[in-house]
Design a protein around this ligand. Structure first.
Ligand code: THU
Length: 130
């Protein structure tokens, strides 16, 4: 079930534009419409202007017309079980539930599953603002 998501994340990672860090990352979301939306990190010569794989995948999901993350996989070529960075955790949380599984992968498949609330406990909740 999650293997197709892993494969989509790995395929996305191969499209990463990461000439500065040389740290390709891929992410893939299964959304509420059943479709997979994937993305890679995209860097910039003005370093702070680059962004992570996770927001690329989220952008794909939103522009595909979906709004909810059912499950998500993340993979980095050079770091097995690479977890989403802090900023990405907040971005993912916007579209996920407390129990949404996030799969951390190595080059062969899903190696660890964490829930959204494990990754981002005591989060600033979306409904706080109303
Ligand atoms: N990176 C991601 O794409 N996702 C993460 O959650 C961690 C970091 C990217 C950003 C940058 O292009 C490279 O990895 C090195 O930090």
């Amino acid at each position: 079930m999650s293997h197709d998501l892993f494969e989509a994340a790995r395929a996305a990672m191969r499209l990463a534009y990461a000439p500065y860090s040389k740290f390709p990352v891929g992410a893939a979301i299964r959304a509420e419409d059943g479709k997979i939306y994937a993305g890679a990190n995209i860097e910039n010569i003005s370093f702070p202007q680059g962004w992570c794989a996770e927001p690329t995948a989220i952008s794909q999901m939103i522009m595909g017309g979906a709004k909810r993350i059912v499950e998500m996989a993340v993979i980095a070529e050079k770091l097995p079980l690479c977890p989403p960075c802090g900023g990405c955790r907040q971005k993912i949380a916007e579209f996920a539930a407390a129990k949404t599984p996030i799969y951390l992968c190595d080059e062969t498949g899903v190696k660890k599953t964490m829930t959204m609330e494990e990754l981002l406990p005591s989060s600033f909740a979306t409904d706080t603002i109303g």
